[in-house]
Design a protein around this ligand. Sequence first.
Ligand SMILES: Nc1ncnc2c1ncn2[C@@H]1O[C@H](COP(=O)(O)OP(=O)(O)OP(=O)(O)O)[C@@H](O)[C@H]1O
Length: 414
Amino acid sequence: MNSRPLPPGALRIQGLGKAYKRYARKWDRAGEWLGLGVRHRLHWVLRDIDLQVDPGEAVGIIGVNGAGKSTLLKLIAGITQPTTGTIERGGRLSALLELGIGFHGELTGRENLWSAGALAGLDGATLSACLSEIAAFADIGDYLDQPVRTYSSGMQVRLAFALATAVRPDLLIVDEALAVGDLFFQQRCFERIRAFRAAGTTLLFVSHAMSTVYALCDRAILIEGGRIIQDGEPRRVIDVYNASIANRLGSGDLRIVTAGPGAGSYDRGDVRIEQVQVLHQGQPVQTLVSDSLLTVRIEVRFLRDLQDPHVGFQVRDRRGEAIYMTHTHGLGLRIGPVRAGERIEVCFSFIARLIPGDYSFTVGVADGGLPGGHLERSLTRFQEAAQFSLTRNLQAAHWDGICNLEPSCQIQRL
Ligand SMILES: Nc1ncnc2c1ncn2[C@@H]1O[C@H](COP(=O)(O)OP(=O)(O)OP(=O)(O)O)[C@@H](O)[C@H]1O
């Protein structure tokens, strides 16, 4: 056991496990207590968690409902106690967990700040110094002096976030909560979180919104069945997560790549993507100028007969977030029935009106086009199938953003 205190914002978890007691019948808990020979079973909701987080890291925690994400955050925050293992933290922690934790419905918002202040790691003197700032950030007007039970869930989150972030913590833990607030409030929260990060705060963040994980985190962990099964760059961890969801939605027979640059790719052995190329004027390229005509050429071999196959692609930005996607069905095209052994080539061409930077293609094949441009069954997905970089088009007018809309403009003196 290492006894040296951790630096502010660091977190070290070793062999962490959490189990709840389970009883077969309703009265068994009382029976066990009375010594009637009834015994509980342990239901493990988290197991063998080892995790080291360095100061200033922003870690997104993702996984399906019931995977154990909230339990992990509650253990780190010290709200519940581990069954096995140890948790060490450096510096001051502030936690924004499930709605309602720490607030009493009968007390007013203002009264609650005093009782919930402890969860935000604030003492009385600090709290009184920050009260007006908390009220201003929460921006809930007269409701501050009304009982919390009369609040909407958005108002509760506003107050809880304002309190949790009144003073910059070394370690900030946020559980989904922000999703409840309106867009304007979310933006203000993100701004504050970004400012904290820039100043060195460590962030642990549970979210079901992958765009938030892309926006805020430089690392992600995927929890499944109470264990950490992925830990790394958000794009790879999110791709593996999406693949495992596709597997659950389908017949559960996907082979998923779980490591390396193509992590999150999958197939079920009925088609093979043999080659993916980025072409400009018929030649393979890696770098081209923004606003050039670009072709992504996808070569597919079918390993069994299919009635209505479709091929698609995604353009992803440097962080891995998809900025565009479509497929043959979406474009109103049909490949038609194919036989096992047949090979096809599909070329999508477009003008790359995108901001200079690094991009990648994800490509996929599905079977069955449904109304509304949807596809019935995904057969394979190939992540990071090809890369390209765009450099600045010196001829183009100045613009900024993601995509060049090439606006026209008329000016009139009135
Ligand atoms: N107090 C408790 N007693 C018994 N079981 C519990 C308790 N709290 C949580 N669990 C169980 O632990 C498991 C993990 O729950 P947890 O809330 O951590 O999941 P989660 O990943 O945060 O899910 P969600 O995305 O739905 O919030 C679930 O099976 C849940 O039923």
